[in-house]
Design a protein around this ligand. Structure first.
Ligand code: PXP
Length: 236
């Protein structure tokens, strides 16, 4: 039965559209918890386009479930994370021009940078998850890095349909088995919705799903607590 991490970046995005103080992601985290979220996920980007340092500071004190900090392997952000000590850090690639995280982290290509970030975070007592494409070579490298978890990028699965989506699902399941066999926890996220989440949620050994856009989109219509409760029913 996977845990549900609710990504509340979009709440901060709406706030930043007016550079005001509402809606407050701190309120959103509390409502998500009331709806049954097992974790709160936030991405502190280098450009602070949505979540800011103030949000991290307050959420670190107020979130009572797992706080998962998505972050790039940038020295400034790694230092902030080591001081804040969220329960988990998920290392992601980050490009300023992108609308959202576009692909998995290439841990083969950026081995040295990732190794340094993983070592610093683990020394600070932070559990480390790596956001990776479902590519066996990336998983082998994650195992060498002794990551605690791998979050599989489900973006291609979410974009595909019909037979192509079935193929993507097969890939996720095979690579998921590889992650578990290597002793790491299996997480997944990106592009998951109320319509496409079930096959991913029921994948053997799935431990955690991180979902943002679809839940916040529904919350605009039905309220956040209810939107989280509806997703929670689908993933468990
Ligand atoms: N997991 C990771 C690593 C992400 O970068 C994101 C997007 O911030 C998500 C999960 C959530 O994706 P979505 O908003 O499409 O549900």
């Amino acid at each position: 039965m996977p845990l549900l991490g609710v990504n509340i970046d979009h709440v901060a995005t709406v706030r930043q559209a007016r550079r005001t103080c509402e809606p407050d992601p701190v309120w959103a985290a509390a409502l998500a918890e009331l709806g049954g979220a097992d974790g709160i996920t936030i991405h502190l980007r280098e450009d602070r386009r949505h979540i800011g340092d103030r949000d991290l500071r307050i959420l670190r004190e107020t979130v009572t479930v797992k706080l998962n900090l998505e972050m790039a392997c940038e020295p400034e952000i790694v230092q902030i994370a080591c001081q804040a000590k969220p329960r988990q850090a998920t290392l992601v690639p980050e490009r300023r021009e992108e609308i959202t995280t576009e692909g998995g982290l290439d841990v083969v290509r950026h081995r040295d940078r990732v190794t340094m970030a993983v070592e610093q975070l683990r020394a600070a007592g932070v559990s480390v998850s790596l956001f990776l494409d479902p590519d066996p070579r990336q998983i082998d490298e994650a195992a060498r890095l002794k990551a605690d978890a791998v979050e599989l990028h489900t973006g291609q699965y979410a974009l595909a349909s019909g037979a192509a989506q079935e193929e993507e699902l097969k890939k996720l399941k095979a690579v998921g088995a590889q992650i578990i066999a290597a002793g790491m926890a299996l997480h997944a996220g990106h592009g998951l919705t109320y319509r496409n989440v079930r096959p991913v949620a029921t994948t053997e050994g799935m431990h955690e799903l991180n979902i943002g856009h679809s839940i916040i989109a529904r919350a605009i219509m039905v309220g956040l607590e209810k939107a989280v409760r509806q997703m929670k029913r689908l993933v468990t």
